[in-house]
Write a new protein. Structure first.
Length: 133
């Protein structure tokens, strides 16, 4: 049973969540878990792809990996926040000590350490989606 997200976004449907992680396995687990939680989710392997989705103006929450080639999670977050200032951001990382300061300065709302419980991700996304403009 899909969770009630408590949010009625664009066109009367659930909020759009964007997941960006260069690790296909992690990305698929996140996308599937969030879909099971009742969200519409788009997954991307690269930050520039995710930023194009954010630029379309329909994204409530961005779930972003810390370590990625080309654009790291902090840079993706900074650029996404410039496009959508009210966007909620969850950063996932295997190294929270290294990621903490850059994540904070980029405006990340929630930092989750890999491996994380899917319930923790869905809960973080739900809270941020409710607060989204």
């Amino acid at each position: 049973m899909a969770a009630d997200t408590g949010v009625d976004k664009i066109g009367g449907g659930p909020p759009l969540i964007v997941v960006v992680d260069d690790d296909e396995g992690v990305r698929e687990v996140c996308v599937d878990g969030l879909r099971d939680g009742g969200y519409v989710v788009e997954g991307f392997a690269r930050g520039d792809e995710a930023l194009r989705a954010v630029a379309r103006g329909r994204v409530a929450v961005l779930v972003v990996d810390w370590r990625m080639p080309e654009l790291d999670g902090a840079e993706v977050t900074r650029r996404a926040r410039a496009l959508a200032p009210g966007l909620g951001v969850v950063m996932i990382t295997g190294n929270p000590r290294e990621a903490a300061a850059p994540a904070r300065s980029a405006g990340v709302d929630v930092l989750l350490k890999k491996p994380f419980d899917m319930e923790a991700l869905v809960s973080a996304v739900a809270a941020l989606a409710k607060a989204a403009p």
